[in-house]
Design a protein around this ligand. Structure first.
Ligand SMILES: [Zn+2]
Length: 138
């Protein structure tokens, strides 16, 4: 993917940006493939890129998902973090696919299945939000 846009910080001239963002694909647990971005700055495989003057992953942007800075776009991501935490998963939705989460010891299978299903709906929504963002960029 190629990103072309202009960005202006307060009181300065707009700056033109034009740079490529790699997209890679990995197989899904139940078939099919899912896309990932490569962060243009550190080359990490991520599903979210955040916009400052340039787009980058949350590590590069020094974002904290659990902080109050969460924008509207991050809400599905926040809910996903909370659910993952309740499933004993410390990794974020875009670092570690939900299908790899193991059932915590002592959690009923039904509870686990229900939370996983809920998680996959929320993460689908998070992906849709990113897709909408991409559409705007396009
Ligand atoms: Zn990065």
């Amino acid at each position: 993917m190629r990103l072309r846009y202009q960005s202006r910080s307060q009181g300065s001239e707009p700056v033109q940006y034009d740079y490529p963002v790699s997209i890679t694909w990995t197989p899904c647990h139940l078939g099919g493939e899912r896309p990932w971005f490569r962060c243009p700055q550190c080359d990490s495989r991520v599903l979210n890129l955040y916009g400052g003057a340039m787009f980058a992953c949350r590590h590069c942007m020094r974002l904290n998902y659990r902080s109050q800075q969460a924008s509207k776009r991050d809400r599905a991501t926040d809910r996903s973090w909370a659910l993952r935490y309740s499933l004993g998963c410390d990794s974020g939705p875009f670092d570690y696919p939900a299908e790899y989460i193991r059932r915590p010891k002592g959690m009923h299978r039904k509870t686990f299945a229900r939370r996983l299903e809920q998680l996959s709906r929320i993460e689908e929504k998070a992906v849709a939000e990113i897709d909408a963002l991409l559409e705007v960029l396009r």
